[in-house]
Design a protein around this ligand. Structure first.
Ligand code: PDD
Length: 288
């Protein structure tokens, strides 16, 4: 039985109970993080905790713990679930109110803090998603104007991802006013004329921890990378397209809207970057 953390206690997953009056349930009034854990070591934990603190500030929720407190909780939950490769999920909502009211509870109520883990399949080199790449479709970005906040209000993302799945694709790549923003649950890079490009940070996309690392690794290893606005036309004409996220690493997209990207196989630049990425993880987490 998996162990979860809920409001100060560790317990078996099937013992965890949350009131239906929780504002997370009623309004999706909360924020979350997903942190990959390799060999029991949370990957880029400081960066995830920094984004968590930012999301809390942006939705006007007091941070219930300091950095050291979060670190201790993350490490203890990972240890109680046997370490290994895990996806560590962390959610904080505005707590349980006595009545349903859009305005925040006054006086404030304690936030609900929930954490769990699930197995994280570590992408093997011979996994089809890596040897053949994945399919993606482009869709209108119907989300709100604050996609930089890692909010649990994900209904638009879910509808978009499901439309991609219905079309036989792994991800929806989102277009807002003719500009590429990101995937339904990932950031986006493309390669054109030998240059790696990704949309700049704005309220229209999430500042992905994996995105930052990809940019960092490109700079460290002399791969030309720029943050610049990307049009849907540039995307359609890209030599390579990559998706990045904590649970996917960096995945090549080899089919876009039913047409091959480049020669329809994972690109040469992706292979170089993916090798740097794997080496970095191995160095930090002793991954084989
Ligand atoms: N999602 N953009 C969106 C909309 C996302 O939901 C995610 C990740 C990312 C990539 O961020 P990061 O590299 O920090 O994982 C970008 C997580 C994995 C999820 O919702 O499960």
């Amino acid at each position: 039985m998996d162990t979860v953390y809920l409001n100060g206690e560790f317990m078996d997953a099937d013992q965890a109970r949350i009131s239906p009056m929780d504002r997370g349930f009623l309004f999706a009034d909360g924020i979350y993080e997903v942190i990959p854990v390799y060999n029991g070591v949370p990957f880029r934990l400081e960066e995830h905790l920094r984004r968590l603190a930012r999301s809390l500030r942006e939705v006007r929720l007091d941070d219930p713990l300091d950095g050291a407190g979060w670190r201790r909780l993350c490490e203890e939950l990972v240890a109680r679930n046997g370490g290994g490769h895990l996806s560590l999920y962390l959610q904080i909502t505005r707590g349980v109110a006595t009545r349903r009211d859009h305005a925040f509870p006054d006086p404030p109520v304690p936030p609900t803090v929930f954490m769990n883990t699930s197995p994280l399949p570590v992408p093997a080199a011979d996994q089809p998603a890596r040897t053949a790449g994945v399919a993606a479709v482009t869709l209108d970005d119907i989300r709100w104007d604050r996609c930089d906040i890692k909010s649990v209000s994900l209904l638009a993302n879910l509808l978009l991802r499901q439309r991609a799945v219905d079309a036989g694709a792994a991800e929806a790549i989102l277009i807002r006013d003719g500009q590429v923003t990101e995937g339904a649950a990932s950031n986006l890079f493309l390669v054109r004329d030998g240059e790696i490009r990704t949309p700049p940070l704005s309220h229209h996309l999430l500042g992905g921890i994996t995105r930052d690392l990809v940019i960092e690794l490109c700079r460290e290893h002399g791969l030309p990378v720029v943050e610049c606005p990307l049009t849907a036309a540039e995307l359609a004409d890209a030599d390579e397209i990559w998706l990045s996220s904590s649970t996917k690493d960096v995945l090549p997209v080899t089919t876009l809207d039913g047409r091959p990207v480049g020669d329809g196989r994972p690109g040469a630049t992706w292979k170089i970057l993916a090798n740097h990425y794997i080496r970095f993880k191995r160095h930090l987490c002793g991954l084989d």
